[in-house]
Design a protein around this ligand. Structure first.
Ligand code: MN
Length: 262
């Protein structure tokens, strides 16, 4: 993939700034947005050694998709996944590599106003940390087109690989693959989990700028799921949710609460 560099003619005279050898990873992000018109955070590279945040945002733009982001080298490496991430090890979902996003984007939830790039509502669908697997730095695994990692999210857990489909399309087509492990759930339905881990809201509630369903949890973790049992039952997804969730995270106490639901 070609990287943008600053033309020599635009550099100030004097010894070369070592930073100029590394293109600004957020220049694409910045060039697509007007930060006086969108609530999205401005570009800022934040290198924190060892930081390993990940998140997934459900983005109801021109086409609904899930934005999958991994913190690597001070930015969120990002892929847009039309069918969403999954716990199902039997499917491989296309993940289109998109521009790096600032770390601050990882806590963003809200609505990008009409007329702006990516206009539509953004839900913080999952978040947590990840471990890089395979004893090779993440940047090297990205460069080879095969990154292996383990997710510790509220909804997504366990081992994954994201693999570049070499020689295909524009060179930005990757596949997200769930490995078979204790967290794998064949048949898992991403749309049965369409609520925010930040605010408990549905996509529609975010689009309408309605308040959070309960006081916002400060950290992700098992307690984030508590509010879910007080959600109004959904027409088609409630039983599916109960089944998948009980297999993945909170088996006993949840089932009890959910059976008392209408
Ligand atoms: Mn998006």
């Amino acid at each position: 993939m070609p990287l943008k560099t600053t033309p020599d003619s635009k550099r100030p005279p004097g010894p070369p700034d070592p930073r100029s050898l590394t293109p600004d990873p957020l220049s694409d992000y910045a060039s697509k947005r007007s930060f006086t018109a969108t609530p999205e955070p401005p570009p800022s590279v934040q290198s924190t050694p060892g930081a390993n945040y990940f998140c997934v945002q459900r983005h109801d733009a021109t086409r609904l998709h899930y934005d999958f982001r991994l913190e690597i080298d001070g930015v969120l490496k990002s892929w847009a996944i039309p069918k969403g991430p999954t716990l199902d090890p039997t499917v491989r979902h296309l993940a289109a590599h998109v521009e790096d996003h600032p770390i601050d984007y990882g806590s963003f939830e809200g609505t990008i106003p009409a007329g702006n790039y990516g206009a539509g509502s953004v839900m913080l669908w999952d978040r947590g940390t990840f471990d890089v697997l395979d004893n090779l730095p993440a940047r090297d695994q990205l460069a080879r087109g095969d990154l292996k990692f383990r997710l510790h999210g509220d909804k997504l857990k366990g081992d994954y690989a994201i693999v570049l489909m070499k020689g295909r399309g524009k060179g930005n087509e990757w596949l997200l693959v769930k490995k078979r492990d204790q967290y794998a759930v064949p048949g898992w339905d991403v749309e049965a989990h369409a609520y925010s881990v930040l605010s408990g809201r549905t996509q529609e509630e975010i689009a309408q700028n309605l308040p959070a369903r309960k006081s916002k949890k400060q950290t992700s973790g098992p307690t984030d799921a508590v509010w879910e049992s007080s959600r109004p039952a959904k027409k088609h997804s409630a039983s599916k949710t109960a089944t998948a969730e009980s297999r993945t995270s909170h088996p006993a106490p949840r089932k009890k609460k959910l059976t008392s639901q209408p």
